[in-house]
Design a protein around this ligand. Structure first.
Ligand code: ZN
Length: 275
């Protein structure tokens, strides 16, 4: 960790102590002594501690939203974790620092050919665990006059190896790393990610892209690489790439982490590691 990182971590810790202190009954004003505040919920303290790894403005916004109604946050978190655990973890962090093992392959992959979904090819598959949500979102889009066309879904470790190599050959390593994942570092290996057609920035201004941006969260899907966050996510804006993170998880991302999936999943990883 460089000096700047160390300073930032120090500031985050200082901020955390301040935040915890604000929730602590022993520091309450004397006039409230007759009706002491309840002891701070250990889960609130744990959540604030986990969030302290994030940038200060994100921590402050998170604290504000959390303290407004801690019960709501933990209800959503419990719901997300319950669904996630039942499916073998739908919420694990997969990025340039947290790779999946080469052996990771979901056991419940199903072919999209078995469903009435618009698609660009016949080799697409997703996890059965998320198909109810996929179909629900597709039906809702159709009801709004929108056709979602599935263009890329599960990618094996081996496919990813070849794909990254291809992009390095054609664009060079530095450029390839901005939009293509090394094997094991792609969310597509999870089997819970969809790239919608067209896989171009223009999708953002097309009806299907606009619909997804406004509505995908209602069905548990989240745009993994939003605009202006390459320094956070490691990737350029990908308005076609959506990951299923459960409906409760998508609400948490939206209401507590400014709609940034990376922050939510980094928080959750830290929260799970907390004791
Ligand atoms: Zn993608």
């Amino acid at each position: 960790m460089d000096d700047a990182g160390g300073y930032s971590a120090f500031m985050n810790r200082s901020l955390l102590f301040t935040l915890v202190c604000m929730a602590c009954s022993s520091c309450a004003p004397a006039q409230q002594a007759e009706a002491p505040e309840p002891e701070p919920d250990s889960r609130v303290v744990k959540a604030l501690e986990a969030a302290s790894i994030l940038p200060d403005p994100v921590v402050l916004a998170f604290r504000s939203a959390l303290m407004a109604d801690p019960g709501r946050f933990f209800r959503l978190l419990d719901e997300a974790e319950l669904e996630s655990a039942a499916a073998g973890d739908l919420l694990q962090l997969v990025d340039k620092n947290h790779a999946l093992p080469s052996s990771y392959k979901p056991l419940d992959l199903v072919s999209l050919n078995d469903y009435k979904l618009a698609r660009t090819k016949d080799t697409l598959s997703l996890r059965r665990a998320i198909m109810d949500s996929v179909l629900e979102m597709d039906a809702a889009a159709r009801a709004d006059g929108i056709t979602l066309t599935f263009a890329s879904t599960f990618r094996s470790y081996e496919t990813q190896l070849g794909l990254f190599d291809y992009w390095v050959q054609s664009h060079g390593l530095k450029e390839a790393e901005r939009f293509s994942a090394r094997a094991g570092q792609s969310q597509h290996q999870l089997g819970t990610v969809v790239d919608f057609h067209p896989i171009e920035e223009e999708i953002a201004s097309l009806p299907q892209g606009l619909w997804l941006e406004q509505n995908a969260w209602r069905y548990g899907f989240s745009m993994s690489y939003p605009p202006g966050h390459e320094h956070i996510t490691g990737y350029l804006w990908e308005p076609w790439h959506f990951r299923y993170i459960t409906k409760a998880g998508a609400s948490i991302e939206r209401d507590y982490f400014g709609g940034i999936q990376q922050y939510f999943l980094e928080f959750l990883r830290e929260y799970r590691l907390g004791t």
